[in-house]
Ligand binder design. Structure first.
Ligand code: AQP
Length: 337
């Protein structure tokens, strides 16, 4: 069966180990093979329109878009196997986003946890922060996506996407594929290093709460050495009783490929100091080749070309969906052909 995979990441800060382990690594694993006889498609987007739901410095934003595209390539996304592009380069995203805002209800948008968290305590909230899940639905539905690999925090938005697709299809006739969500069993929610009850996030004001993919080896070592643990000394996997240590174990396992049981056995009786040092070295060795590739790619000028070609490919597919959407909803004069 043909699969169409779509996912995106916001250029809203430096990409974290959470974004990488929960999302990016999956993107790479799901890419169709060039030699595949299947007709699978993968679209990986840089969702810059989502990033402006909170204020951004324009110059920094443009740089971060190119940084993130370079990271996409550095972790192993291959433009021959996946379409890599920037959301705002394909205007159909904004168009369908608006149409889906006219299908979504205030009530369901106000139930979104991410909206509640990001707006909490703020005096002034941008409208886009509230309506952003409709734009996210548009991103996905434009490509007739069947599978969306994301971290745990995006599951609720995916449920809404499915609801909007169903509602649109019922009201206007079959138009959109209703997508399935794909999350990892382990790593779908990497937690903050300073507080294991909060997810690791690129916009957390405390930089010690996260490891960034482009952190230097010394920064990585320092961050892990300061990571909170507990008053016990045992390296044991127990998400309910030892949330911080369990989070570190998940990171260790996902960056080395070792099982959590093997890691616990290796650190049996050794205490947290040795464990954290071992973890830091594992993460440093995992990230070093990615960082080296990133530096080459970022300075090569290749990224702009990849994004341009990606946007052309994406726009062609998106326009096919938009044509149907405009017809079904009765929009326009029909003169666009
Ligand atoms: N801590 C995490 N663990 C696992 N997966 C995560 N993701 C985010 N944080 C974790 C996944 O990364 C992808 C891209 O996320 P996003 O850029 O769309 O925004 P987000 O989910 O809101 O992530 P951040 O890092 O917390 O960004 P900000 O701070 O800007 O809001 C998604 O698949 C997400 O699930």
């Amino acid at each position: 069966m043909t699969r169409t995979i779509f996912s995106g990441i916001q250029p809203s800060g430096q990409i974290t180990l959470g974004n990488y382990l929960g999302a990016l690594k999956q993107f790479v694993a799901l890419q169709p093979q060039v030699s595949d006889s299947s007709t699978d498609q993968a679209y990986y987007c840089i969702v810059d329109l989502h990033a402006i739901t909170v204020p951004q410095d324009p110059r920094e934003l443009r740089e971060r878009i190119l940084d993130l595209a370079s990271l996409y390539l550095a972790v192993g996304l291959d433009p021959k196997r996946s379409t890599l592009f920037v959301q705002s380069d394909v205007s159909a995203h904004s168009e369908l986003g608006w149409i889906l805002q006219c299908v979504a209800h205030m009530g369901e948008l106000s139930r979104m946890t991410q909206y509640k968290e990001k707006s909490e305590g703020k005096e002034s909230i941008l409208t886009g922060l509230f309506t952003y899940p409709a734009l996210m639905a548009a991103d996905i539905l434009l490509y007739q996506t069947s599978l969306v690999p994301v971290g745990d925090d995006q599951k609720q938005h995916l449920e809404l996407t499915r609801d909007l697709a169903d509602r649109f299809n019922m009201r206007f006739g079959e138009t959109f594929t209703v997508p399935e969500v794909l999350t990892l069993k382990q790593g779908a929610r990497i937690m903050s290093l300073d507080d294991p009850t909060k997810k690791m996030s690129k916009s957390n004001p405390n930089p010690q709460s996260r490891v960034e993919l482009l952190d230097s080896p010394d920064e990585i070592r320092k961050k892990f050495s300061r990571a909170v643990t507990d008053s016990d000394r045992a390296v044991r996997f127990d998400p309910a009783g030892k949330a911080a240590v369990s989070n570190l174990l998940v990171i260790y396992s996902l960056t080395t490929g070792q099982t959590i049981d093997d890691i616990c056995t290796a650190y049996d009786g050794k205490g947290y100091g040795d464990f954290k040092k071992g973890l830091a070295e594992a993460v440093v060795s995992h990230l070093q080749p990615i960082q080296a590739r990133y530096r080459d790619i970022r300075s090569s000028g290749e990224v702009e070309r990849v994004l341009h070609e990606g946007s052309l490919r994406a726009a062609t597919v998106a326009e096919r969906t938009m044509k149907r959407v405009r017809e079904r909803v009765g929009l326009g004069s029909g003169s666009r052909g």
